[in-house]
Design a protein around this ligand. Sequence first.
Ligand code: ADP
Ligand code: MG
Length: 252
Amino acid sequence: MGTIYAIANQKGGVGKTTTAVNVAACIAEAGYETLLVDIDPQANATVGLGLPKDSEPNVYSVLVGEVRAEEALLPTAIERLRVLPSHPDLAGANMELPRRTGSENLLRDALAPLKERFAFIILDCPPSLGPLTVNALVAADRVIVPVQTEYFALEGLAGLLDTLALVQRELNPRLTVAGMLLTMHDGRTRLARDVEREVRQHFPKLVFDTVIPRNVRIGEAPSYGVPVIHHDPLCQGADAYFELAKEVAARG
Ligand code: ADP
Ligand code: MG
């Protein structure tokens, strides 16, 4: 049975999509059948893997019950990595879903048949704690929280942890935090080192050992429609995401 990971943080620009795409790619490269589900209407993960953001069918067609998830999967340039693409229409789901009772289970139910086929299913969440993120947290077994090593890093984490606790209590008792991931770390600055220390002190045991450095190659890769391990397999960013994928797999 596969494991579902949600990559979540209601702050934008913290490295959710970058982490979703690159961890998924590294895990697939390591030999596991892997699925990336893009549930952000901005479709950055879909586009970052070289796919159009208006594919039909897509995750929205799946959530509204037009097609089954397995009918909407697309192959990528990476062997063993498939994508359930997003679509701008998904923005409407934030309005529609809350009106349907039990709608927080839609994604979970849609993905359930795929847990046999994929060892890892990675969900790239939008930057909010709205219905789409709640659907992801209900579907997920684990959540990875990217935290940008900047001054306001800890701000909003309390709100996120409250939401996680609520989802655990009311909707998905299986859910656990796989870890917090420090991203865009610039080891030359004192600020980054201070933030790292503070986050590790606040959340002992919860922070991944691997830290993702700020790395130009990571930032460039989506414009070529590939993960960083294909854009520049030997760069520091590719190394870091490989290490993270190992840590994620080891934590089980
Ligand atoms: P989110 O999905 O949380 O909104 P993204 O993953 O899209 O965040 O990252 C925000 C921006 O920062 C993107 O332009 C991305 O390419 C860039 N970025 C993310 N991680 C890194 C990194 N480690 N080094 C350099 N740029 C990065
Ligand atoms: Mg994103």
